[in-house]
Design a protein around this ligand. Structure first.
Ligand SMILES: NC(=O)c1ccc[n+]([C@@H]2O[C@H](COP(=O)([O-])OP(=O)(O)OC[C@H]3O[C@@H](n4cnc5c(N)ncnc54)[C@H](OP(=O)(O)O)[C@@H]3O)[C@@H](O)[C@H]2O)c1
Length: 324
């Protein structure tokens, strides 16, 4: 099978397309013919050796796939050859074939094509966990989303609306904000043109946002604590801008607010039943036509490096996937 291989830690230009042996299948695993593989920001960190979970080269990056089952481990009873599933995997997604734990597999609803689902688990799994379990978002509350046209950001715009919130999308260009509006955002802030703090003050009549979803961090993350409402929740999702924000504890005190960490991968491992219930809710929204995952670009497997480079250069919106 063909797979993308990180042979040395560094930039995406160093990735190679290689012919590799099919990985062995253990009793509780499924072999999947990959129809699409999600490209995620953490992949760019992992190939550079900068992610929390470090892998030694050579390895195949890629944390999520969707496809069709081609082989079933001897201890698995639930699935049949040909079933369409998606899964979050520790690595190995950028390949024609991937071995996934049967426990991690998510059977896809009939109206979600595996060629479109490879970018689904991570961004929607993270975002529903963030808004529901960590942010306790309630209908009628105001949700501010930073990096709102990005992978997790656009998912937050969509899920925030489905949960009944008023969604304020913040991003770096009018084109990105127009995409957020198409996906339901109620108000827009271009943080390259205006101060986040002033814009939120105007849009919320001085009250601030009840929940802030921040995958960007850096100086914008630090500004968020001036935008949070009384009893608000600032959700620490990630640091796409690079620097980890230094949070001013006095602002949390003055607002009776909380800064709340979100780590979906660990949640999925530690609380699998709750994670599964979240996916049942997500797939229910898809089946009823209320939620449609957005994919802005599909790249051939051989162009994995270019896909990651485009993501790192802030050129992509929503999700991008690799098609083996
Ligand atoms: N906590 C968790 O469980 C979890 C799960 C998934 C992802 N994450 C994290 O969430 C973050 C976003 O992931 P994603 O997949 O949504 O990435 P993405 O699609 O690339 O979106 C990130 C957004 O951040 C903004 N950004 C600001 N400065 C940037 C910079 N220097 N480089 C790149 N983007 C920049 C961009 O929006 P603008 O151009 O509009 O500013 C971009 O759309 C990452 O840090 C990732 O590790 C965390």
């Amino acid at each position: 099978m063909k797979a993308i291989v990180c042979t040395q830690l560094g930039g995406p230009e160093l990735l190679e397309l290689q012919e590799r042996a099919s990985p062995p299948l253990r009793p509780r695993e499924l072999r999947v013919a990959v129809k699409s593989a999600g490209v995620n920001f953490p992949d760019s960190l992992q190939i550079a050796g900068k992610y929390q979970m470090k892998l030694d080269p050579p390895f195949t990056p890629g944390a999520e796939v969707a496809g069709v089952i081609t082989e079933i481990g001897s201890a698995v009873t639930r699935y049949q050859i040909g079933d369409a599933i998606a899964a979050f995997v520790p690595s190995g997604g950028y390949a024609e074939e991937c071995v996934v734990s049967a426990e991690a597999a998510l059977p896809l609803p009939a109206n979600l094509d595996p060629a479109d689902a490879g970018g689904f688990p991570l961004v929607y799994g993270t975002t529903l966990h963030a808004l529901k379990q960590r942010g306790q978002l309630k209908a009628g509350e105001t949700l501010l989303v930073l990096g709102a046209a990005g992978g997790v950001g656009l998912a937050a715009v969509q899920l925030g609306k489905l949960m009944g919130a008023r969604v304020i999308a913040a991003a770096s260009s009018p084109e990105k904000l127009a995409l957020c509006q198409q996906h339901g955002a109620d108000a827009l802030i271009d943080y390259r043109q205006e101060s986040l703090k002033d814009a939120i003050k105007t849009l919320t009549k001085g009250l601030g946002a009840d929940v802030i979803y921040d995958p960007v961090g850096g100086a914008l993350g630090e500004e968020c604590l001036s935008c949070v409402a009384w009893n608000g929740r600032y959700l620490v999702i990630g640091f796409a801008a690079g620097p980890i924000p230094n949070l001013a504890a006095n602002r949390l005190l003055l607002k009776g607010a909380a800064a709340v960490g979100v780590f979906w991968g660990a949640f999925a491992m530690r609380e699998p039943a709750l994670n599964l219930a979240n996916f049942q809710q997500l797939f229910g929204w898809i089946e009823s036509g209320q939620l449609k995952p957005y994919i802005s670009a599909r790249y051939p497997l051989a162009q994995a490096g270019q896909a990651l480079r485009d993501m790192m250069d802030r050129k992509v919106t929503g999700k991008i996937v690799l098609i083996p």
